[in-house]
Design a protein around this ligand. Structure first.
Ligand SMILES: [Fe+2]
Length: 259
């Protein structure tokens, strides 16, 4: 769960990403779309089952912001390893911002609504349920459809990144991601960067919620302390020297916090 203050600051951060990275008229249209549905977006969970991730009010924007931040950092790592430049930062942030937009539902019906079955609330701890007034569509397809019907254009890279953001967890993505000849392999790595960012964010959100329950609060706290000890110990001349050798300042900043 997150506090009302966090929900508000997450929303400001989300709008800030649009202002900073999405240019021109398209940026304005995207911002207006989100502002028109502000109440729904601000309170949306990222999923409707607590077994998944960020299943609480404000969980959706919290998740999306994490994916945007992770995408920018993962992009820096790929560039450090000489990934060919096949997409722009605007395309990367646009894809991350809208990768899960299909979870919104449509203009009239939210995808996730309050669980009305008291037994499921009590026994299964379910706060939300899927709204069956909505016709079935996959999350990526509904997201792309929403962008299209709101007059928000997207590039081919953005289409591919949003469409395949679940990576190989989604059977249907095999056709895009498992080409066995050079001609059928993706011609951009944006799809892998967005997928890795989403995977990282969802995993971290799962860990925060479930590891204390599965391992016990005490064990998780002990692991954190051991990790902090290692970080302090490694704050050495060797680390400083290694950081200086990195040509990419964004990667050096990232590794400074990781080592
Ligand atoms: Fe996601």
């Amino acid at each position: 769960m997150i506090t009302p203050e966090q929900i508000q600051s997450n929303w400001d951060k989300f709008l800030g990403f649009i202002d900073t990275y999405i240019s021109g008229e398209r940026g304005e249209k995207l911002k207006q779309f989100y502002l028109r549905h502000e109440e729904r977006f601000v309170m949306m969970p990222a999923s409707h089952k607590s077994q998944y991730h960020n299943c609480f009010p404000g969980g959706y924007i919290d998740h999306v912001n994490r994916v945007v931040e992770a995408a920018l950092k993962i992009d820096a790592v790929w560039r450090e390893f000489e990934m060919v430049d096949t997409y722009t930062t605007e395309e990367l942030v646009f894809s991350a911002l809208n990768h899960d937009l299909g979870k919104f539902g449509d203009e009239q019906n939210a995808s996730y609504i309050e669980q009305t079955d008291q037994w499921r609330r009590d026994k299964l701890n379910e706060t939300y349920m899927f709204n069956d007034r909505l016709e079935y569509m996959t999350v990526p397809d509904r997201g792309l459809y929403l962008l299209m019907t709101n007059g928000i254009e997207y590039t081919k890279n953005e289409f591919l990144a949003i469409r395949t953001h679940d990576g190989l967890y989604e059977e249907a993505n095999k056709a895009y991601l498992m080409g066995f000849t050079p001609e059928t392999k993706p011609r951009t790595s944006i799809m892998f960067v967005v997928h890795q960012a989403d995977l990282l964010a969802a995993r971290v959100e799962f860990e925060k919620e479930w590891l204390p329950k599965l391992l016990g609060e005490k064990k998780v706290e002990e692991k954190k302390q051991t990790n902090n000890f290692k970080l302090n110990k490694n704050n050495s001349a060797v680390k400083q020297k290694a950081l200086k050798t990195m040509v990419n300042p964004a990667l050096a900043e990232l590794m400074k916090n990781i080592w």
